[in-house]
Design a protein around this ligand. Structure first.
Ligand code: AKB
Length: 332
């Protein structure tokens, strides 16, 4: 739907000022608001600016500075950076894997042209730039179990192709122009208070909602589909940690990060420990299944652990307890 699309595109640039007390950011997508809150705790409310092309809900608007920004409008980006003396930029705008296949030309515009604008504005104004990549940057010819940082990357989705492009362009700008580009390949991110939209790993968010509300869930991936996953708190912390890592500690500019790997069946078993009547059924979506079958099953993030000390906090049991606590308190 348009709303879904709208939520997941243009979602979030967040920029932070080091010496100048301004950050600009944006993003009303799955990760943007959580990241803004997280950065605001660390750097101060007024030092993070959230941006999107949509009108934010009241509680977000009142949570700190919010600004209109269109990733496809270069002049608008430049004006924001200059007027607010931005120094860090987090760029989250993207159409995700499944929705990208349904909107290839829009995905190409947002994921590729949008990235070009961000790279140029960051290089021109000497910004530190974070761009998330994904397990979706790998494909059927990549080693899947485990998938190391450096290996064949021939994804078959526009999302994956655009993310490989982002990794390579960011690294190119780094070596060619000295851009301080930092990139993490995220696994599927599971969050309680924000919804993803149009991804292949979305089932692992929706299952909690449906389990608590209805005691059952219809899964659009096969029961045995193993994918790398991470709880949002780990994801936000990894993002800040790599942004704060001393440049000398980074032997690369694009790192895999991971926490756990599970199948829908594993997740259902863990949920059954808390909700004994829970039932899962399977109605496979062929587009999502084909995508998932081409992605890593286990993600090797040993370089992140070695170089800048990455360590996840949440494994499957803690993930399930935390998500259920949230949804439980939500429905009380
Ligand atoms: C998706 O499923 O498309 C995303 C991702 C893993 O990048 N959540």
């Amino acid at each position: 739907s348009w709303h879904l699309l709208h939520t997941s595109i243009r979602a979030h640039q967040i920029m932070r000022g080091n010496s100048w007390p301004r950050e600009l950011g944006g993003g009303l997508g799955q990760l943007g608001v959580g990241l803004a809150n997280f950065l605001r705790k660390r750097f101060g409310k007024d030092n993070v600016i959230l941006s999107d092309i949509r009108k934010p809900p009241d509680h977000i608007f009142h949570g700190g500075p919010f600004i209109y920004s269109d990733i496809l409008d270069y002049k608008n980006l430049r004006e924001i950076v200059v007027n607010n003396r931005i120094t860090w930029l987090f760029h989250y705008s993207a159409l995700l894997s499944a929705i990208g296949e349904a909107n290839v030309s829009l995905a190409r515009a947002v994921n590729i042209t949008g990235l070009h604008n961000v790279l140029d504005v960051a290089a021109e104004h000497n910004l530190r730039l974070f761009v998330p990549s994904t397990i979706g940057a790998f494909g059927p010819t990549s080693p899947r179990n485990p998938t190391p940082d450096i290996c064949i990357q021939r994804p078959r989705t526009i999302y994956g192709v655009s993310k490989v492009h982002a990794e390579l362009m960011g690294e190119y700008y780094h070596y060619r122009y000295g851009l301080d580009f930092r990139c993490l390949r995220y696994p599927g991110i599971i969050s309680a208070d924000s919804q993803p939209g149009g991804g292949t790993t979305d089932y692992a968010v929706q299952i909690f909602h449906d389990a608590v509300k209805n005691g059952k869930f219809e899964c659009n991936l096969k029961s045995s589909t193993r994918l790398p996953m991470m709880y949002i708190d780990d994801c936000l912390r990894a993002t800040l940690e790599v942004m704060e890592a001393p440049a000398e500690s980074l032997s690369m500019r694009t790192y895999n990060v991971n926490a756990m790997s599970f199948t829908p069946e594993d997740l259902a078993q863990e949920l059954l420990k808390h909700i004994p009547e829970f039932q899962i059924t399977y109605n496979v979506d062929s587009v999502r299944q084909a995508i998932a079958d081409s992605w890593p099953m286990n993600f090797d993030d040993s370089n992140a652990r070695k170089d800048w000390g990455w360590k996840h906090d949440f494994d499957l049991p803690e993930l399930v307890t935390t998500m259920l606590n949230f949804h439980g308190s939500d429905t009380r």
